[in-house]
Design a protein around this ligand. Structure first.
Ligand SMILES: Cc1cc2nc3c(=O)[nH]c(=O)nc-3n(C[C@H](O)[C@H](O)[C@H](O)COP(=O)(O)O)c2cc1C
Length: 166
């Protein structure tokens, strides 16, 4: 399928709905060794003078290790719900979930994403920071971490946006 580069400013999708309700795939790695997982927390916006995406990854995710080793991550939208459910339930550690999900890699530079995505944000990793519970002003937030597995936040500069043509 042809990929059309688009400006993020042309997108008309609602970013909160895209992440929170429709969900996305977060991918990292190399064509020989990559992984993807479902995310429904995160966002897009602006920091340090560039357009950015923010994702939150618990350290036990297989994708976490690949993200740590990669200079890029991608956020992919428009995948079927069943694919998102599978990639959000099974770990890449437990076998080839990419093949089970029927996904195929597409890559450019150091960025990799599922070719089946309708919209992809290619992000160059700019910062990584573990959430520090000392900063949780609302004590209710702590209920998300009974195991103490605080997310690592990754901030990526959005360097390219692709939409899949018809
Ligand atoms: C709807 C949905 C949203 C999710 N959002 C996140 C998230 O934002 N951060 C996270 O660390 N895990 C999230 N998960 C859990 C991971 O997707 C899940 O643990 C996945 O199997 C990890 O795969 P991996 O071990 O191959 O990286 C979510 C799961 C679902 C179903």
């Amino acid at each position: 399928m042809p990929l059309e580069p688009v400006s993020i400013r042309e997108l008309r999708e609602n970013p909160v709905k895209c992440i929170a309700e429709d969900w996305a795939l977060l991918s990292a790695g190399t064509p020989a060794h990559w992984n993807t997982m479902t995310v429904s927390w995160g966002g897009v916006g602006e920091i340090w003078g560039f357009d950015a995406a923010f994702v939150f990854v618990r350290p036990q995710r297989y994708t976490y290790g690949l993200l740590e080793q990669s200079d890029f991550f991608t956020l992919s939208f428009g995948l079927p719900r069943a694919t998102l459910q599978l990639c959000g339930k099974i770990s890449g550690r437990e076998g080839d979930k990419i093949a089970r999900a029927g996904l195929h890699a597409r890559n450019e530079g150091g960025a990799i994403w599922p070719a089946e995505a309708k919209l992809v944000l290619l992000c160059h990793k700019a910062a990584a920071q573990d959430l520090n519970p000392a900063g949780f002003l609302d004590p209710a937030i702590e209920k998300n971490y009974p195991g103490g597995d605080y997310h690592r936040m990754y901030i990526g500069e959005i360097v390219q946006v692709y939409r899949q043509g018809e």
